[in-house]
Design a protein around this ligand. Structure first.
Ligand SMILES: Nc1nc2c(ncn2[C@@H]2O[C@H](COP(=O)(O)OP(=O)(O)O)[C@@H](O)[C@H]2O)c(=O)[nH]1
Ligand SMILES: [Mg+2]
Length: 331
């Protein structure tokens, strides 16, 4: 979609391109952000600008704090599946244990803190889609690996842990939320949308209360419900025993806020094995862009089988798709 940008935007963009220091670049980017019309047609540009502002803000902050343990980009994982979800939580909450139950990854599980030092990716199956999970080192008020900032920006959602075997569980989880906030990562309920401040990255989160097998888990769960109320969707599990893991898979998938769309070629049956997963509310054109970059502009219409249409109805490129629609794209 074409975006009409005001002339001052181009001036700011020229200043951005000429800027020599990260600080000057950031000033120009923020001007561009203010001047950018915020509507549906500019969503892509908004997202790109927001990412640049967020990255540059982090870079400037991290440079102030001295040399990093890992160079930027050290832990970049190729995106796979319907989305990427990071596991964040205090030490010993069972993040790595859960990872071994939901994926084929095998991070070390141990009864002492700080066992996990590096991000470890693995793929979780949910019905006919796969979701990439990334196990992370623990987060506390005093312990925060700098790469967690980068890895969480690349994530579509987070699983936030609460330890039901620990009286200090809620406080430890609160500390995780606060420490992430300091790094400009705000955990929000799924479906909230992005933060108004372009330097702050909102991460949709599911709260997982783990170790429900503990003898005093019930009473601690009550306290946790008081502490976190309805701030996040809550799933109560035992990673060790495997209790309620199916509900957790669903909650993680739901946090991604995507739909499953199956495509077909004219005259052929649909491929029902590997759906595309555009965001909820995506149009025919947006789906086309997921199928192939060039198709987003060239797609003119589609035939759709599914919700809100007659079977095989022809729709335009701006038609909003529904979960589990079958779509035949026409250029
Ligand atoms: N009782 C109980 N213990 C668990 C559960 N999940 C993990 N643990 C134990 O908690 C400790 C820390 O687990 P780990 O996965 O290494 O935690 P992490 O630091 O969050 O990655 C280990 O001793 C695990 O065996 C659970 O559901 N119930
Ligand atoms: Mg661990």
């Amino acid at each position: 979609m074409a975006v009409n940008l005001p002339p001052h935007y181009h001036d700011a963009e020229a200043r951005y391109k000429k800027a020599q220091t990260p600080e000057d670049k950031l000033v120009a980017l923020k001007e561009m952000w203010v001047l950018l019309p915020k509507h549906k047609a500019s969503e892509k540009v908004q997202a790109e600008l927001k990412t640049k502002i967020s990255e540059l803000t982090d870079q400037i902050e991290q440079a102030k704090q001295g040399p990093k343990k890992a160079a930027p980009g050290t832990f970049k994982f190729p995106r796979q599946g319907a989305g990427t979800v990071v596991l964040v939580g205090p030490p010993n909450a069972g993040k790595s244990q859960l990872m071994t139950k939901l994926t084929k990854a095998a991070p070390a599980v141990a009864p002492y803190p700080f066992t996990t030092r590096e991000p470890i990716p693995g793929m979780m199956d949910y019905e006919d889609v796969r979701v990439q999970l990334i196990d992370l080192p623990p987060i506390t008020a005093d312990h925060f690996e700098p790469f967690v900032t980068d890895v969480t920006r690349a994530a579509d959602a987070a699983v936030l842990f609460l330890d039901l075997s620990d009286d200090d569980g809620p406080a430890a989880t609160r500390a995780v939320i606060e420490r992430l906030k300091l790094a400009r990562r705000e955990l929000v309920p799924p479906g909230t949308g992005q933060s108004a401040d372009p330097a702050v990255y909102a991460v949709p989160a599911v709260l997982v209360a783990n170790k429900c097998d503990d003898d005093a888990a019930d009473i601690r769960l009550e306290l946790a419900r008081e502490e976190f109320g309805t701030a996040f969707p809550l799933v109560v599990v035992s990673a060790e025993r495997g209790d309620n893991l199916d509900a957790l898979r669903k909650a993680i998938y739901d946090a991604l806020r995507v739909m499953r769309i199956y495509t077909k070629q004219p005259g052929k049956p649909a491929d029902m094995t590997s759906p595309f997963t555009p965001p909820i509310g995506a149009t025919v054109a947006e789906l086309a862009g997921k199928v192939h970059r060039d198709l987003e502009d060239s797609v003119k219409s589609a035939r759709v089988w599914g919700t809100g249409v007659h079977d095989g109805q022809t729709v335009g490129r701006d038609h909003v798709l529904s979960d589990k629609d079958v779509v035949e794209l026409h250029t």
